[in-house]
Design a protein around this ligand. Structure first.
Ligand code: ZN
Length: 346
């Protein structure tokens, strides 16, 4: 089987340690590169994790329900509606959830979905039941978009949970994007898959990646049925990256109710692990095509986000923003072991 393009190199740094009488100290730095995603990272040997539970009250004080456009008092007044040719009622609704156009769009078809009128859901409250309608309404929207035949071929469901991850409101909300063109990162994934097919005489990148990762048993968290969960070899975030792959699902519309249920159960377990480990924030994206694409399986990523105390320092710095490399002080293999306790599977 052709290699899938993981490479790493270990370098050693030295300094005289002020905490040990200035004795020489060695530090290993592992430089990793993932050819599939183009992500370069440096895995550092020391572990940084949030020491205390985050204080959600500080966010609630700055952004109370009384001024929240997604809470019931202001919702109908302040949120945009779709024109009737998209949906007669102006918004997509299902149970407690609602989807409407993004007032600050990134693309021509960019919408926002709220799960319910609950202003704050902590990470341990993100159960499948709480999340179900919010994701279902995203599916309804993509179905309508497909019916309208506007040439959209690529889609994503995205989530900036809480302000450290870029969430502009603490009221939990998803964002969907449907596009004629893929985003830059999704283009990379599509190109990697077609390059792999050519270079391996017909090999399938995602099938081989999952087979190799299962065999290596280093970053393979679990297979929960239709979904395989991995930690990324070269993560996109300082606290690592968790990936999910819907096996053999080559379009968003291949996903069944059962696949969504399985996904929500897995997500809620991952979010609970973040809660236990004092994280308070994450980015999530699910990437899919809207028409069958044999070289692309529906997949996505979760990157935990945090502020570094005591100053609330950002977990992004010059290395990521200006050098396109990620500093990650947790080995993906270690993160995988920890997550296996939360996400048991085959
Ligand atoms: Zn609210």
């Amino acid at each position: 089987m052709k290699s899938i393009g993981f490479s790493k190199e270990i370098n050693t740094g030295h300094y005289l340690n002020p905490f040990d009488g200035f004795q020489p100290k060695e530090m290993t730095i592992e430089e990793r590169y993932d050819e599939i995603t183009g992500v370069a990272s440096r895995i550092l040997p020391y572990r940084i994790r949030p020491a205390q539970k985050p204080d959600l009250n500080a966010y609630l004080e700055k952004s109370p329900e009384s001024i929240c456009p997604f809470c019931p008092d202001l919702f109908e007044k302040l949120t945009p509606k779709f024109p009737p040719e998209i949906i007669e009622e102006g918004k997509f609704r299902r149970g407690k959830a609602c989807l409407f156009p993004n007032a600050f769009p990134y693309d021509t078809a960019n919408s926002v979905a709220i799960f319910s009128f609950s202003h704050l859901l902590a990470l341990d409250q993100l159960t499948p039941e709480e999340m179900r309608d919010g994701f279902a309404v995203c599916r309804d929207y993509f179905q309508r978009i497909a019916e309208l035949q506007k040439g959209y071929q690529y889609c994503s469901i995205n989530w900036n949970y809480m302000p450290p991850a870029g969430g502009g409101l603490i009221h939990p909300h998803l964002q969907t994007i449907a596009g004629v063109r893929p985003t830059n990162f999704m283009r990379r994934l599509l190109e990697s898959a077609s390059n792999y097919e050519i270079l391996s005489n017909g090999g399938h990148l995602w099938r081989n990646l999952l087979d190799l990762e299962r065999e290596a048993d280093e970053r393979f968290i679990a297979s929960t049925g239709a979904i395989t969960w991995l930690t990324a070899f070269s993560p996109k975030g300082m606290a690592g990256e968790i990936d999910f792959y819907f096996k053999e699902k080559t379009s968003f519309f291949d996903l069944t109710e059962g696949n969504f249920e399985e996904w929500l159960r897995g997500l809620s377990r991952i979010f609970y692990s973040l809660y236990v480990n004092h994280f308070m924030s994450f980015n999530l994206s699910l990437y899919a095509t809207l028409t069958p694409e044999k070289n692309f399986w529906v997949q996505g990523k979760i990157v935990p986000r945090f502020e570094v105390n005591p100053l609330g320092t950002s977990d992004l710095n010059y290395f990521e923003k200006l050098h396109n490399e990620i500093i990650c002080p947790i080995a993906p293999e270690q993160l995988c072991k920890e997550l296996q306790q939360y996400l048991p599977g085959g």
